[in-house]
Design a protein around this ligand. Structure first.
Ligand SMILES: Cc1cc2nc3c(=O)[nH]c(=O)nc-3n(C[C@H](O)[C@H](O)[C@H](O)COP(=O)(O)OP(=O)(O)OC[C@H]3O[C@@H](n4cnc5c(N)ncnc54)[C@H](O)[C@@H]3O)c2cc1C
Length: 407
């Protein structure tokens, strides 16, 4: 950082490279944290100390022997620190809230080259901004986070043929309105590649997949709650009691970073007209193959955290995430298809977006929608304090605004 600061060079940070958010630029400095991989568990305090380059699966496996779990997401191989700084919408989030809501402290190198230990009491503004503002305020070298007393989830996936998308989506939406906060789920319409590692009922087909993670709580209660979905008659049903260490199998996300274009929108309450709008543009007849996913929000995600942070859009009920791999189609074609899909969903959009799911070329212009207008204003003011030259600009950028209290 000091090398870059002394020469006035912009700095980008990369953990695993799973997001296309950080881009090295000619003349910029790319700091990769991949070699900084370490976890320490404090079982009595129910916390983990996690170094910058650590992946979630390392934290999950380190915490499990103590009967604890982090608030990790669908993919165990993404970076724990960056996921958390971007909000962190996880498999247990409806019960516990965003991962960013459960950070105890952060160590960060700011744009002046100083290493700071940031807690709610020491540097409360920076502590607020980093949790949601991600890579705009410094390079986080480690974080201390809460762990939850979770060892198992009742979860897995129910797979249906895409031809049944309309009735399965409708039944799913009706069901989400009835479930308690400990039931986490999403539904996705997926063009699955024709590849031997994919189970036969899904291979090379368009399918609808309902992903379930019920925890904390009695797995038998989870099993009772999913009865209305099971009675829809899936092609494949993997629901069972899973150790949290195997929870990555629920979404079965690709392990290696891939080249994708994606878009995201926070949505309010959805009804049949919203489903018609999605299904008219997605599915087997879509011009480019997408993953179109709706994640159920609400519960702990709607509640303000004990220590406020910058994560916005807590009023949303669902999150729409659309991902297309660019090896399948040209980026122009994908972007036109995504634009049509998001335009069709505009009547149900809250206007917000989720930072961790913002990728692709349009993301740069969408950053402010991850926050409330007042929080965005506060973030630009704090950026002017902590990074006035916008050293961290090769990212989803929050530009420096007016220094709080300044002229
Ligand atoms: C398959 C898949 C599934 C996902 N599922 C979820 C999910 O369920 N919930 C969810 O919330 N998100 C999810 N994400 C999004 C993921 O959390 C973000 O893309 C996250 O930022 C990835 O972090 P990374 O370190 O792996 O990637 P990177 O591409 O290395 O980093 C991503 C961003 O974080 C910044 N960053 C990295 N390290 C640091 C650091 N030490 N200090 C400051 N900034 C840093 C980078 O500059 C970059 O802008 C998923 C992503 C993928 C690819």
């Amino acid at each position: 950082m000091r090398y870059a600061v002394d020469r006035g060079l912009p700095v980008a940070v990369q953990g695993t490279g799973h997001a296309t958010a950080a881009v090295a630029a000619e003349g910029g400095v790319l700091i990769t944290t991949a070699g900084m991989s370490a976890v320490r568990i404090d079982a009595a305090a129910r916390t983990a100390w996690v170094a910058a380059g650590t992946r979630w699966d390392q934290v999950v496996h380190a915490a499990a022997p103590a009967g604890l779990a982090p608030l990790s997401g669908s993919a165990p191989h993404v970076g724990a620190v960056s996921y958390t700084l971007g909000g962190g919408l996880g498999l247990l989030s409806r019960g516990f809230g965003y991962a960013a809501d459960h950070v105890r402290s952060l160590d960060v190198v700011t744009a002046d080259g100083r290493l700071r230990h940031v807690t709610p009491d020491r540097e409360p503004d920076l502590f607020w901004a980093l949790r949601g503002g991600r890579d705009n305020f410094g390079v986080v070298t480690s974080m201390a986070i809460d762990l939850m007393p979770v060892t198992v989830v009742y979860g897995g996936v129910l797979v249906f043929p895409a031809e049944r998308a309309a009735d399965v989506f409708a039944a799913y939406l009706e069901w989400t309105a009835t479930v308690p906060d400990v039931m986490n789920s999403s539904i996705a319409l997926i063009a699955t590649p024709d590849c031997p590692s994919i189970p036969e009922p899904m291979r090379g087909r368009h399918t609808v997949q309902i992903r379930i993670a019920h925890a904390p709580g009695d797995p038998a209660e989870g099993e009772r709650l999913v009865v209305p979905l099971r009675t829809l008659g899936p092609l494949m049903d993997t629901l069972r009691v899973l150790p949290y260490t195997e929870a990555g199998s629920i979404h079965n996300d690709p392990v290696a970073p891939g080249a994708t274009e994606s878009g995201t929108a926070m949505l309010g309450e959805l009804g049949p007209a919203a489903l018609d709008a999605v299904l008219a543009l997605a599915g087997p007849h879509a011009p480019v193959p997408h993953v179109v996913e709706l994640r159920h929000l609400g519960g702990g995600l709607a509640r303000p955290p004990a220590v406020p942070n910058a994560v916005g859009n807590r009023d949303a009920r669902h999150l729409l995430n659309v991902v297309s791999r660019i090896e399948h189609s040209g980026t122009g074609e994908i972007r036109r298809a995504h634009t049509r899909l998001f335009a069709a969903m505009a009547p149900w959009s809250t206007g917000g977006r989720f930072l961790n799911f913002m990728n692709g070329r349009d993301a740069a212009g969408q950053v402010r929608s991850a926050y409330s207008p007042a929080d965005y204003e506060r973030l630009t003011g704090l950026k002017a304090v902590y990074d006035p030259r916008n050293t961290f600009r090769l990212n989803h950028n929050i530009p420096p605004g007016r220094v709080p209290g300044g002229d």
